[in-house]
Write a protein that binds this ligand. Structure first.
Ligand code: FE
Ligand code: ZN
Length: 495
């Protein structure tokens, strides 16, 4: 029965129409007594001939299309068994949102204060290491040849990969020093360190006075047991809907909404889903890249948000939705990003179950620490770290966790704002680290932190095709917050 209705929905979608939840409910009660596909298509035709521009099919539209013998009696046949949603109290806290703490400082001064703050915040983290007492200021280093190492910690202001060496210039505010990694194993570690991140280096001076790197490490996160919810409750992670793009997978997304409503596929998890986290790139935007309009189905940014709102409205109200922006949304591109302005999405602001936030955010759900960031910097990490690919974004996420920074590389593809405070330092060790942006679902764990890249709802674009990028759309990671186990649900294929 569900299959036939699913087929009817797909047919309607193909004609540019979607059913609202009431219409769906209404359709269900007829069971085998009607041909769902015929009924829905008749409703579409009636709308079309009446010049009704609304693309949502309501219960009234379906009613109009009913054969006369069913018109009178339909209300007597209520056989739908409603899904029983388990009552679970919401338990969420927004720990950090950059929106109200954005204070850019113009010019060079801004970047100086940003980097000083970055250094200070990261040094605080490094001070927790048991060997931190050995760290000395660069200005106090003994520059004579010796067999014992000296330890420094500072920001990597320059990184040069030569044939026989890797050069790292380290600045700790007391001074700057040029260090060289020559040994193969040390070179390998030095290559993995990102530009502008904090690095800890053991070095020795050669007879000629060159600082030779003996070892190099990142601040890193400690091995830890993640926090878990006492109650079995689920959070759904998604991102990159790219509404307005002509490759947005409307039918797959609709199936996802139906599933959230307990009307598609199995309903064992859905009874306990309490949160939906959307990690940015809600719409495809306008003028994001040259000739984008050729790839857009909707060229007006306000219309793109209208379509998004129509979909978000159909998410059941007991599910709390957290929304952050990405680089396709109409907010400043430089990180950190404030919340999406009300003028684009005022209805989202008025939905009691939607919480609009900036990028990145740190939230706590039932005791579980969650760090959410759109993930644009993954581009820079993949581009500058040998061996990483866009098909395995979790490996790049691991680099960020090790660096304890969400966008270390300055001057790459990720614009970073000259802020008074560096909001991108990973100060708290997250239990779950969620990013999107690269459009590939990937799940992994690192030292106790669950890493999720939540993929996309956009099919392959011609740009991605030219770049050889294969997205994995329509796959949704769902996390049981009591165990941190992940279930992947694929909404692209009708089962
Ligand atoms: Fe995206
Ligand atoms: Zn993006």
């Amino acid at each position: 029965m569900q299959l036939k209705i699913a087929k009817a929905i797909v047919e309607a979608l193909a004609s540019g129409y979607q059913l609202d939840s009431e219409a769906f409910e209404f359709l269900l009660q007829f069971n085998e007594r009607v041909n769902a596909v015929e009924l829905v298509m008749k409703a579409v035709q009636i709308k079309y001939y009446n010049n009704d521009k609304q693309t949502v099919l309501t219960k009234q539209d379906i009613e109009k299309a009913l054969p006369p013998n069913l018109k009178e009696t339909n209300s007597a046949h209520k056989e739908v068994k409603p899904i029983v949603i388990e009552h679970i109290e919401s338990e969420y806290k927004i720990i950090k949102d950059p929106t109200d703490n954005i204070f850019p400082i113009e010019g060079l001064k801004g970047f100086q204060s940003l980097f000083i703050n970055r250094f200070e915040k990261l040094m605080k983290i490094v001070k927790e290491r048991p060997d931190s007492y050995q760290i000395r200021q660069i200005s106090t280093l003994k520059k004579e040849a010796s067999n014992s190492s000296q330890k420094i910690a500072g920001l990597v202001m320059n990184k040069k990969i030569g044939r026989a060496y890797v050069e790292l210039a380290i600045d700790d505010m007391s001074d700057r020093i040029r260090t060289l990694a020559l040994n193969e194993a040390v070179k390998k570690n030095a290559i993995k360190v990102c530009l502008d991140q904090l690095a800890i280096i053991d070095l020795q001076f050669s007879k000629r006075g060159t600082a030779i790197v003996k070892d190099v490490y990142s601040p890193d996160i400690p091995e830890h047991l993640p926090n878990r919810s006492k109650q079995e409750v689920y959070a759904v992670f998604t991102s990159d809907t790219h509404i307005g793009s002509n490759t947005f997978l409307f039918d797959a997304f609709n199936r996802f909404i139906l599933w959230l409503n307990g009307k598609f596929g199995d309903d064992s998890i859905i009874r306990k889903v309490k949160y939906l986290i959307i990690g940015g790139d809600l719409v495809d935007g306008v003028g994001i890249y040259p000739n984008q309009e050729k790839e857009l189905q909707e060229v007006d940014i306000h219309e793109q948000y209208k379509k998004l709102i129509q979909l978000i409205e159909q998410v059941p109200k007991h599910i709390k939705i957290f929304i952050i922006p990405g680089n396709h949304d109409p907010v400043r591109q430089a990180l950190p990003q404030p919340v999406i302005p009300e003028k684009y999405a005022d209805q989202l602001y008025h939905m009691e179950n939607v919480i609009m936030l900036g990028n990145p955010i740190h939230l706590n759900l039932h005791g579980v620490n969650i760090l959410v960031c759109h993930g644009r910097s993954l581009d820079d990490i993949v581009a500058t770290t040998p061996g990483l690919t866009f098909s395995k974004p979790a490996s790049a996420m691991k680099v960020l966790l090790k660096a304890r920074h969400l966008a270390p590389i300055y001057g790459g593809r990720t614009p970073i704002a000259p802020e008074k405070e560096d909001h991108l330092v990973i100060e708290e060790v997250p239990d779950i680290f969620h990013t999107g942006h690269v459009h590939t679902v990937d799940i992994d764990t690192y030292r106790g932190t669950l890493m999720i890249n939540s993929g996309t709802w956009q099919g392959q674009t011609s740009y991605q095709m030219n770049m050889g990028l294969t997205p994995t759309p329509g796959i949704v990671p769902i996390v049981n917050l009591a165990t941190l186990e992940v279930t992947l649900k694929n909404f692209v294929m009708i089962k």
